[in-house]
Design a protein around this ligand. Structure first.
Ligand SMILES: [Zn+2]
Length: 110
């Protein structure tokens, strides 16, 4: 089995086998990554995987899994960034929705 060398931000260079590395190839290339649990500190390490890294890992026997990012996640976002106040307003509106749903339910069943 091929030995894979990678670096952990805490422990530095570590060695593992191809079975210890997870390679996730995305249909949106910049979101492809590989991950492993560091054999020394047990932290999960996750790093971006460009085409070179992907082919290197696959030649070392790491199996690639394909994942697709939903198209709406890549849409350009317009308008100001949401704030905590926006989130609180939204949560309050949701509670009003519950009131409305409860009244409708009462009206239907009662
Ligand atoms: Zn580590």
């Amino acid at each position: 089995m091929t030995t894979i060398k990678a670096s952990c931000p805490t422990c530095g260079e570590v060695e593992m086998t191809s079975n210890d590395v997870m390679l996730m190839v995305c249909n949106h290339a910049p979101l492809s990554y590989y991950a492993f649990d560091c054999p020394s500190c047990a932290d999960e390490v996750r790093k971006p995987a460009d085409d070179h890294v992907i082919s290197l890992l696959m030649s070392g026997g790491v199996r690639a899994q394909v994942w697709e990012v939903p198209a709406e996640a890549l849409e350009p976002k317009a308008g100001p960034t949401l704030t905590y106040d926006d989130l609180l307003d939204f949560a309050l509106l949701l509670s009003h929705e519950d009131d409305i749903a409860a009244r409708i339910s009462e009206a239907i069943t009662g």
